[in-house]
Every structure is written in C-alpha cells, then in structure tokens.
Design a binder for this molecule. Structure first.
Ligand SMILES: [Zn+2]
Length: 158
C-alpha cells in the first residue's frame, strides 16, 4: 500500500501527528492527537473513511458528557433550565407505560400523548395513534428545545 502523508490533517477531533512506523491489517498506522488531549494510534484507512473521528471520547460526549456538563452549567446559570434538563435525564415514572420519557398512553382517548415542558411551559402536547410517532415528536421537541441550551453552555465555556 502506498504511503500517504497525513501529517497535520484533521479527521473529526483527531489530527494526524506522524506515521507511527508500522502497519496494521495492511494500513499504515498514524499517531493522532485528539482534541481532548489523548494520543491514539489509528489506521490510515479508518481515518480516511471517517470511521474513527476521536480517541473514543466523541460518542460519550455527545450522549452523556454534554448533558452532565449542561446540568453543572444549569446549576450556576438558570435553575429552570437545569430543572428541565434533570427531567430529560431523570428516571422514568413507573406509571409511564411507554418506557419513553414524555410519552404517555391515554387509555380513554386511545392515544399516545407526547409532552414536553420547557421552562415551565408546555411546548409539546400532542396525541398520536402510533407510539412511534409520539416518541418521534418528543425526540424532535427535545432536539429543538434542549439542544440550544447545550450549545449555549459550550459557547459560555469558551
Ligand atoms: Zn478524545
């Protein structure tokens, strides 16, 4: 396999530092520096295909770390926002038949209800015949209302 110089190239959070000097499964291995500070060794093929974009911290930060940081941020900035993030991240009530936070079965109406409170305001309150649709609506509302808080947190941090 031809040697390709990746020095200084960025792949997601990783920047290729130097050729590590060995081959793994037919690919040159590159020493990479992750934005979080970790050094990792990644096959050139994984970098170029986009398969590897961080030392492993990327997924964790998207799903969990950001939310935890937002909680921390919320404690010092806006208690109401923090409360709502706690709801987002908290335990599902045992009375909730859907298994998904913010989605409830309304027996008498034969509907799945998707609800979301944001800053004390009911911003989503819709009924759906299909549970999947209710979950989708709830997820979309979470994305719409909670994502800006997480982004605001990161802006404040920088
Ligand atoms: Zn990392």
């Amino acid at each position: 396999m031809a040697r390709i110089d990746l020095t200084g190239q960025r792949f997601g959070r990783l920047v290729a530092i130097k050729d590590a000097g060995y081959v793994d499964h037919g690919h040159r291995v590159w020493e990479c520096k992750c934005d979080c500070g970790n050094t990792v060794f990644v096959r050139a093929g994984s970098l170029k295909s986009g398969y590897t974009k961080s030392c492993g911290c990327l997924q964790a930060s998207i799903s969990r770390e950001n939310l935890e940081k937002a909680h921390k941020w919320g404690r010092t900035h806006d208690l109401k926002e923090h409360t709502k993030l706690s709801v987002l991240n908290g335990k599902i009530s045992s009375a909730n038949k859907s298994g998904v936070r913010g989605v409830y079965w309304k027996g008498p109406r034969k509907l799945w209800i998707a609800r979301l409170y944001f800053k004390g305001v009911l911003v989503l309150d819709s009924g759906f015949a299909k549970k999947e649709d209710a979950i989708k609506a709830r997820r979309e509302a979470e994305e719409k209302y909670f994502k800006p808080i997480l982004e605001k947190y990161h802006r404040d941090k920088e």
